[in-house]
Design a protein around this ligand. Sequence first.
Ligand code: 7TS
Length: 416
Amino acid sequence: MNSTAVTDLNSDDQVAQWRADFPILKTQVNGHPLVYLDNGATTQKPQVVIDAVSHYYENTNSNIHRGVHQLSELATAAYENGREQVRRFIGAASVKEVVFTRGTTESINLVANSWGMANLKAGDEVLVTEMEHHSNIVPWQMVTERTGALLKVVPINDAGEISLDDVRGLINDRTRMVAISQLSNALGTINPVKEVIEMAHQAGAIVLVDGAQAIAHIPVDMADLNCDFYAFSGHKIFGPTGTGVLYGKEALLEAMPPWQGGGDMIRIVRFEKSTWNDLPYKFEAGTPNIAGGIGLGVALDYVSDVGLEKIAAHETELLNYASRKLQELPGLKLIGTAKNRASIASFVLDQLHAHDLGTILDSEGIAIRAGHHCAMPVMQHYGVAATARASFAFYNTFSEVDRLMDGLNKAVEMFG
Ligand code: 7TS
């Protein structure tokens, strides 16, 4: 991690140092140097993470929490060290509050199924926003249908923002849960989650923050945020796929029933009745993604070494530059123009369907995403079927934004 030792580089040199940590960024795609602008879907992995995963499989592969042999002890220690690295990164009070999952989707489903089925009843309300990813809508739809609770929605304005007055108006003494993303994957909007959390708590409701996008772009601290649950995916913060975290306040997790049964989550199994393991293992049935948990811990330490403040500063400049350039293109409309935005530029072009645009850009070695971004209600709000989305990470450069603009101009010339 040479990059981290360097403090006085100008921005371009700094980014070049960061880029050197990511082997895939040297790849050619369709005869062009890769321009990877699909970081909202998944981020690339630094060499230290790749090495940590390889090292585990080459040297200590073994199942955890059960073996008496040395490899199992080493694997267990490395995996639990990964949990401690997560705890430190998010400022959780204890590793008991850090549940490993497959990703954000599984973390939210865990809360909806365990907490939701145990606590929701007819007449109760769950509040989400119009900009949520499907994984922060559908689990709540499923559990409210099963319990007779009501799902309510905070609307967005045409800039892609929620209003705190709307939130205040929609929270009442029947509200049990507010589930809200910190950073929208379809719009790039940063939500005022701290204010929402305070409002919800005053009304006696609890809050789940979907941090899938935020985690790699905005410094978070559970003690400061004071949310009840926080969900994120390892693969969106430079860690391995199939890893994720559910942070939950210890008292809440303690009171919740397990949601999956199997090995590791039990203390004693009897046919008459079984009892559950301590936190966080009560929620971790079966053999987990051991290499993934180890790799995630390394990824978070890597991000801490780079520094989220530095990351946010560079990405803000990049997004401002990209937004300005994009808006110069005739026929282009940005979808999501919130005052408080990060890392994501979503747009439509009059002349061209987003998918065609994605294909043309790909032929130039430029990876973006085209589609509904698992946020169909957002598409519905804007009356579009899909948007093209460039999503940035700290290793992206201004010249990559220029390459994107060249590609867009070429596409418009061909089809416009
Ligand atoms: N919540 C948000 C805000 C997301 O952006 C995503 C994934 C998820 C939840 C689900 O995360 P997962 O890791 O469990 O799949 N978003 C995207 C995206 O924007 N493009 O591909 C996946």
